[in-house]
Ligand binder design. Structure first.
Ligand code: ADP
Ligand code: MG
Length: 682
């Protein structure tokens, strides 16, 4: 053991045996070959860009190197960002283990709605969004001596904004060190962006990976994926499998089916351990992906296999050793923003060639591997774009612009973005914030906007919360906001769809999905959060618990912002009306109007939309507020609520200003409402 002393430099306790065991493995990581050189470079430059293939040890080792070198001085600590919350939590757990400390003490994490760090913490993993949020109260990031921006090749919106902020902060804080880490090739671009940045490349070790394509396009990629996994298990030699799918539902579905199919084959084939991986999975369960494959069922029997079914997180953020077979259907969920209807949605979309390359690489970490692409070779060459677009090019910028305003950066248009967003999307964002009352006509942050920026929520959601005490329903709106920020609570397994629909009907509120969600939340609380009751009612326990955690945090922010927590008595006939009005105060820009033809048109933009089949609305109200627009074969509006036109002209006359309104039935309806209102006033 070369550099291990006998007591832990963080705690002073003697190191455990486990520490030494892991240390030996750590020494084998490529990053250790360049440790001295790296530290030299950091010493000589304020910014260092570090590039290396996934798995060389960047994320887990670099923060430790920095801590060991004493960069945590004057109580300033090391921050390491991750684009994904699950990665931040998982990596923190691993690094705590490697450093032989308790997670949450010397090594911790901080992600939206979940904080696990304390006064002793000196290495903290956080999502890029969280660091950005911290910057709003600590504009020079003074609690940190080192900021490590990790996985920057993902180019998330928050990372891109952090680039711009840090570029400024570095000028003002000569003591701050920045390390930028990336898995792919745009290194020179990152280096060129910062002043006097040094660049270092860590050579990785990758075994050859053989690529297979399908001959014909697959009609149903999920079915094809399941078939391929089973085939690999039956036909291929030992080695674990990694399948990429797009989200929780799909992943859980595939886990069940694969387990069932393989079980039906009996002991002709080896035992399997099928493990899901997605963001809302509890950390302990996420951690299971690092367990070993199961042993053969009997001595001398066929070998066991671990099968991991994951979202994009396993593409680069987490490295799982022992994967030999990768199955890549070629899809991922991506944010897509449609500025025409101002709606951002997560859509299942084709991945880029760069992503496909990354995915294949996962098969060659420990030995030569195979990658099965469930698309044709010509499709790979013709249909997939070369690189994934930076998120900033396809996002709704409203929340970011609000954050920048709060940070004192008034002119988002001239902010130093690495790749600037379209001016159109910045203008849209400013317009939206102005309509919501978060910025005034001169573009200055208003007191309401100031409070809104404290919430880790989209501006509309934040506005609805801020407005809710006025409508005497902040307690209820908190629950609804929390439910809206959580994964879908309604389970609907294909084989029990009818029973699930029946169960859902118990909670249905005729005026729509928001109130239905509130009913579910209340019912869950009234049943003491009983998991069995959830099972019986086809409710996802994890989503409800998640919502509860979110709610607790939102309550904390409300309290610190002096927002009153109030309710209208349930017996009051206005109980639900008040709630609906408060929601309207945040979402008045997402409303569709029913035409005489029976079709809904979005207000102002005149897009034809349809109520999503999942909605609880049992009628077609004249005015429908919607939470999101889902674009599939048709434009669907999802999570809908019946509202009254009167409320629109009450809460947002500035938005429903008829002088610049497209002609049509909607305008005429509004004209009547204004006339009525005026009469009433007279
Ligand atoms: P990089 O950031 O360069 O992609 P990492 O630092 O994430 O690399 O990973 C380095 C090594 O640490 C990998 O071989 C990976 O398998 C291992 N590792 C990371 N997290 C865990 C964990 N929770 N359990 C076991 N091994 C882990
Ligand atoms: Mg990494």
């Amino acid at each position: 053991m070369t550099d291990a002393t006998t007591s832990n430099f963080l705690t002073g306790h003697p190191y455990s045996q486990r520490y030494y065991d892991i240390l030996e493995k750590r020494h084998g990581l490529p990053i250790w070959q360049v440790k001295a050189e790296f530290l030299n470079m950091v010493h000589g430059h304020q910014t260092t860009v570090l590039v290396g293939e996934t798995g060389v040890g960047k994320t887990t080792q670099i923060p430790q190197f920095m801590a060991e070198m004493g960069y945590t001085v004057n109580r300033k600590i090391i921050a390491c960002t991750q684009p994904r919350r699950e990665a931040a939590m998982s990596v923190a757990r691993r690094v705590a283990e490697e450093m032989d400390v308790v997670l949450g003490e010397e090594v911790g994490y901080s992600v939206r709605f979940n904080e696990c760090s304390g006064p002793k913490t000196c290495v903290k993993f956080l999502t890029d969004g969280m660091l950005l949020h911290e910057a709003m109260t600590d504009p020079l990031l003074e609690r940190y001596s080192v900021v490590i921006l990790d996985e920057v090749h993902e180019r998330t919106l928050a990372t891109d904004v952090l680039f711009g902020l840090l570029k400024e902060i570095l000028k003002q804080r000569v003591d701050l060190k920045l390390v930028v880490m990336s898995a792919t090739l745009e290194a020179e671009k990152f280096q060129g962006y910062f002043v006097d940045a040094s660049l270092m490349k860590v050579p990785g070790r990758l075994y050859p990976v053989e690529i297979f394509y399908t001959q014909e396009p697959e009609r149903d990629y999920l079915e094809a994926a399941i078939r391929t996994v089973v085939q690999v298990h039956v036909c291929e030699p030992m080695g674990d499998v990694l399948l990429f799918l797009t989200g929780e539902e799909e992943i859980e579905d595939a886990c069940r089916k694969i387990t069932r199919e393989v079980a039906a084959m009996g002991d002709k084939v080896g035992p399997i351990k099928v493990l899901p991986l997605y963001s809302t999975l509890p950390p302990q369960q996420q951690q299971r992906i690092f367990e070993a494959a199961p042993p053969p069922a009997r001595e001398g029997g066929p070998a066991g296999r671990k099968i991991i079914i994951s979202t994009n997180i396993a593409e680069a953020s987490l490295t799982i050793d022992g994967i030999v077979y990768v199955i890549d259907p070629g899809f991922t969920k991506q944010k897509v923003y449609n500025p025409c209807i101002r709606v951002e949605s997560l859509l299942v979309s084709p991945i880029s060639q760069a992503s496909a390359h990354q995915r294949a690489g996962r098969a060659g970490r420990t030995q030569p591997g195979k990658c099965f692409r469930l698309y044709t070779e010509s499709s790979f060459k013709k249909d997939l774009q070369e690189q994934t677009y930076p998120e900033i090019m396809c996002s709704n910028m409203a929340r970011t612009v609000l954050q920048l305003k709060k940070l004192g950066i008034d002119d988002a248009v001239h902010f130093s973005f690495m790749d600037p967003p379209a001016p159109e999307s910045l203008m849209r964002a400013l317009e939206l914030l102005n309509y919501l009352g978060a910025i005034d006509d001169d573009g200055n942050l208003t007191p309401v906007g100031n409070i809104m920026s404290e919430f880790p929520l989209d501006p509309q959601l934040a506005k609805m919360l801020v407005a809710s005490p006025e409508f005497r329903c902040s307690n209820e709106i908190l629950s609804i906001a929390a439910m809206l920020s959580s994964p879908n609570v309604f389970l609907r397994p294909r084989e029990a769809a009818k029973a699930a629909d029946k169960a859902k009907a118990c909670f249905t509120h005729k005026d729509g999905d928001h109130l239905t969600m509130l009913n579910v939340y209340h019912a869950w609380k009234n049943h003491n959060e009983d998991p069995q009751w959830c099972d019986e009612h086809f409710l996802n326990v994890r989503s409800l618990k998640w919502a509860d955690r979110v709610r607790t945090q939102l309550v904390r922010i409300c309290t610190s912002m002096n927002l009153r927590l109030v309710s209208t008595p349930f017996e009051d006939k206005d109980y639900y009306t008040n709630i609906r009005k408060a929601i309207t105060a945040g979402y008045f820009m997402q409303v569709a109007h029913l035409q005489r033809s029976g079709q809904y048109l979005t207000v102002k933009d005149n897009q034809v939309v349809h109520l999503h089949p999942s909605t609880c609305l049992d009628h077609t109200p004249e005015w429908t507020l919607y939470q999101e627009c889902v674009l599939t074969t048709k434009n669907y509006i999802r999570t809908c609520m019946d509202i009254k036109g009167e409320w629109l002209v009450d809460v947002a006359p500035h938005y429903f200003d008829l002088s610049n309104f497209p002609a049509g039935e909607c305008k005429r309806a509004l004209e009547r409402l204004y006339a009525k209102k005026e009469k009433g006033l007279c």
